[in-house]
Design a protein around this ligand. Structure first.
Ligand SMILES: Nc1ncnc2c1ncn2[C@@H]1O[C@H](COP(=O)(O)OP(=O)(O)OP(=O)(O)O)[C@@H](O)[C@H]1O
Length: 854
């Protein structure tokens, strides 16, 4: 049988049993009866209708149609044919298919002029066949938003190329869409798919044996390119057009059940020495061929070589000619660069979503550069390591801190059989080289950015940099790729020769819109997992999110209004009610046996909260020794259950004991920070305990700008399917023994303390060596955009899982809130108008006095 990658069963049963099609199985979706058709029910079973039933159904449909023709609605809808009411959202002319209820997709062809977004697809996630349609969309489109019931996807040129590389054709895509869509496929979508699949991927820039080749299956395309003077001048001296056959082999990703089967088959063959990886690979391929010869595809291709250093020029010219060239690394045929002895350990098993992500990267047996997006704690490290085991050439890993260097090196040894001496590291504290010809090097962006010719650099650093730059790297893994500013990234990639680049991140988000730079610096997004789906499958923790509204006392609110924009932050962070809410939640969760992280970006607030509550805290200024001590105690000491962290804890902090997160001050409207912070509790050790929930509370001072920031921050998580409950009152808080700031005098003291602080106390914490500190400026600007956040006013009983916290909360009464808000603001408005009148009057009087004096 063919080398098909059988998708493992998902535990929830939501995703279909069918995996993303592999290149070796270029199935025409149109001919695949796995998909829904008129005669199949939602389980895929054939519905047998006898002749009589068919007649009856026909008669009923005709009767309904006749009735509809005479209804008021029908007349109305005719009148609305050119309705201005729906404008270009009037889809009534797209007739629904008879069995549209069984089909989960709505297609919307409208694309704004000049927009890079393609047509929109809306998936009814509750509909029959939604799982199969999700598989299709994962292959051909990119997710935009995936809340609980409706998912929004977009088709664009990158997603279509990814579909082509797994063996689909333009017509296959259109046929598949037609099968799942409630209406016919609009002509505009057909044209979009044809336009982008006709040229995309026709030209490939292939790196073979350290030489670049322009390759195409179309002889005419090759001659058209060579007729262009720019491309002709880039052709290597004496090179001719060569015609050959390229064999596309099945992609078997290591760590899957299928790869294990192959290893067992191969193990029955003659013994091959372990130190000959090329022979091992041949053996694996032979095993694949034995399994199914006829599923390998052979493609006749034409290619010519280009001169070293002209790759970018050729790529740019191809783009100008409307033939975008795609970069691929033909690692299986790379016999020049030394191979690395590396395989996943036999007991290592990758998860279905990790396999799906990797199959996108190695879709046609070659390595495509791009970015894989997985939630925090979902195992990006293992995805990177498995990619390295697949390519089997030298690997360079770049991460954000020295701590991550140690972690990555350790993970390589944990999951793969790479030899200890083949793993090297390059950070400020450790500089080692591997002894053999190929190996793994783990380093940081900041080390790699350094200039080897800079006299100020230490001698051993310069020597390491020269060594790195003298080598060819099969794979470059870029961890937390969203943090890398384009400038830094260029510095790294200009000097280091990597054949294939894999970016890893949980949040492909930047508030400054520079994220699109990564498309051409690394490659397109290859795969993005659905957070909620992974939580439902138990791979990451299930989190209940809540926004707690903390009203501000009048004396605080008055001072808040008078303060400068920057200093306002101090007022809403130190709001005494927020303080009480924080104390109450800590108390409540500690008594349940939870471990709690409290995040505060503002250091003044962080210290004030932690010291008053007598809890441990860490910020950028805390010494390394103290930091380690606090974290060790938090993890292993039953007496230390709460730790206050500044933004240094946002990323790369692995505290699986933490189950509750409280946020008291954050970085404006940063969606990424919100997601990264949530990520700290996604790894919760107890995630698979029955009925277990992790909790994420965002404390927000009511009627302040913090509310607008908070709404914007939540947008990314809402797109991932999370919903934020709004909590307006915590039952029993006032009765808490020892509740702080109950006494008005204490509140006044806190207020005067805040007022005495200079604006500097509201400044952002600056962390040495922080790569992403340059990204703050535009974040405030982008706040103006609508956040589109969904808040639910659903019962909060389920917030605690099984209603455990139900007695604690009072929900926001929507009507009441408006009254309360409007009464307050009316009063405020009157006060301000009177103040303004008074000021104007005083100014006029002063002028009169002055003119009299003159
Ligand atoms: N296939 C797998 N089998 C077993 N455990 C796995 C697998 N994949 C990942 N894990 C475990 O999941 C945890 C999280 O993995 P990892 O640190 O790679 O996450 P991450 O995605 O890099 O998170 P972050 O973005 O927070 O850094 C680790 O403990 C890892 O051992």
């Amino acid at each position: 049988m063919p080398v098909k990658r059988k998708a493992a069963d998902d535990t929830t049963g939501r995703a279909s049993k069918r995996g993303t099609p592999a290149p070796s199985t270029p199935q025409s979706i149109g001919s695949d009866d796995d998909y829904v058709s008129d005669e199949y029910d939602e389980e895929g079973d054939l519905i047998q209708l006898d002749a009589e039933e068919k007649q009856k159904a026909k008669r009923e449909t005709a009767a309904i149609k006749r009735l509809a023709d005479h209804t008021q609605f029908s007349k109305l809808s005719k009148n609305f044919q050119h309705s201005t009411l729906f404008k270009n959202k009037d889809f009534h002319r797209m007739p629904l298919k008879k069995d549209h209820e069984n089909r989960p997709l709505w297609l919307d062809a409208r694309v704004a002029d000049g927009s890079s977004k393609g047509p929109k697809i809306t998936l009814e996630y509750f509909a029959p066949n939604a799982a199969k349609a999700t598989d299709l969309l994962t292959t051909i489109a990119e997710p935009v938003s995936r809340p609980a019931h409706f998912h929004e996807w977009r088709i664009n040129e990158h997603s279509l190329y990814a579909a082509l590389s797994v063996g689909l054709k333009g017509d296959d895509i259109i046929n598949a869409l037609d099968k799942f869509a409630k209406t016919g496929v609009p002509q505009e979508i057909k044209e979009f798919v044809h336009r982008n699949t006709l040229t995309y991927g026709k030209v490939r820039l292939v790196l073979r044996e350290n030489r670049f080749w322009v390759e195409s299956e179309d002889d005419e395309v090759i001659h058209r390119l060579l007729a262009d003077p720019t491309i002709a001048s880039c052709k290597a001296a004496g090179a001719e057009v060569e015609t050959g056959v390229v064999q596309t082999r099945g992609t078997v990703i290591q760590g899957t059940a299928q790869a294990k089967g192959l290893t067992q088959t191969a193990a029955q063959g003659p013994e091959i020495p372990r130190d000959d990886p090329a022979a091992e690979q041949e053996r694996m391929i032979a095993a694949l061929r034995d399994e199914d010869d006829d599923e390998d595809t052979f493609r006749k291709t034409h290619s010519f070589e280009i001169t070293q250093g002209h790759r970018e020029q050729v790529a740019q010219r191809c783009l100008d000619m409307g033939l975008p060239a795609v970069s691929e690394y033909d690692f299986a045929n790379d016999r020049i660069n030394p191979s690395l002895l590396i395989d996943l350990k036999p007991q290592t098993q990758i998860r279905p979503y990790q396999e799906k992500a990797l199959s996108k990267m190695f879709g046609n047996g070659r390595g495509k550069s791009g970015i894989i997006v997985l939630p925090c704690g979902a195992g990006k490290t293992l995805v990177g390591i498995t990619a390295g085991c697949h390519i089997k050439k030298s690997i360079v890993v770049l991460c954000t801190s020295g701590m991550s260097v140690t972690q990555w090196a350790g993970e390589f040894k944990k999951w793969s059989d790479v030899r200890e001496e083949d793993v090297a590291s390059f950070s400020s504290t450790s500089k080692t080289k591997f002894k053999g010809e190929a190996g793994v090097l783990v380093s940081t962006y900041s080390m790699m950015c350094m200039d080897p010719d800079n006299n100020k650099a230490a001698h051993d650093t310069k020597e390491m940099l020269r060594w790195v730059r003298s080598k060819e790297w099969g794979l470059m893994i870029l961890d937390e790729v969203h943090v890398v500013p384009a400038q830094t990234f260029r510095k790294v990639t200009d000097g280091v020769r990597a054949h294939c680049k894999l970016g890893l991140t949980a949040t492909l988000l930047r508030e400054d819109d520079k994220i699109t730079d990564l498309n051409y610096l690394i490659g397109p997004k290859l795969y993005e997992a659905n957070w909620m789906e992974l939580a439902n499958q138990g791979h990451i923790a299930r989190v209940q999110c809540a926004e707690v509204w903390c009203p501000m006392s009048m004396e605080f609110y008055k001072e808040y209004q008078k303060a400068s924009a920057r200093k306002q932050l101090l007022f809403y962070a130190c709001n005494p009610v927020k303080f009480q809410v924080c104390q109450f939640l800590i108390n409540y969760h500690e008594s349940r046996g939870d471990k709690i992280i409290v995040f505060s970006d503002n250091i003044f607030a962080l210290e004030h909260y932690a010291k008053t509550m007598m809890k441990a805290y860490i910020h950028g200024g805390t010494s390394e020794r103290e930091r380690q001590e606090v974290l060790d105690n938090f993890q292993h000491n039953d007496m230390v259950n709460t730790v206050f962290l500044s933004k240094i804890g946002d990323t790369s902090l692995d505290l699986p004991e933490a189950t509750v997160l409280i946020q008291i001050s954050s970085h404006y409207g940063s969606r990424r920070q919100e997601a990264q912070r949530l990520g700290r509790i996604l790894r919760a050790k107890r995630r698979n305990d029955e009925g277990f929930n992790a909790y994420f509370y965002s404390l927000v001072s009511k009627d302040t700008t913090e509310m607008a920031y908070s709404a914007k921050r939540q947008a990314f998580l809402v797109d991932q399917g999370y919903s934020f409950k709004t909590i307006t009152h915590l039952k029993g808080m006032q009765e808490l023994p020892g509740l702080l700031y109950r006494d008005p005098r204490e509140r006044m003291e806190l207020l005067s303390d805040v007022m005495l602080q200079s604006e500097d106390a509201a400044k952002e914490e600056s962390i040495k060596g922080n790569l992403w500190s340059d990204m703050s400026t535009n974040q405030k600007k982008s706040l103006g955009r609508s956040a589109g956040v969904r808040r639910t006013a659903a019962s909060l009983a389920d917030m605690g899982g099984g209603g455990i916290m139900a007695p604690l909360y009072t929900e926001r009464a929507r009507g009441a809130k408006n009254e309360e808000k409007s009464a307050f603001f009316e009063k405020e408005k009157r006060r301000r108008i009177n103040l303004e009148k008074k000021r104007r009057q005083e100014a006029a009087e002063a002028e009169v006095q002055a003119s009299r004096g003159r």
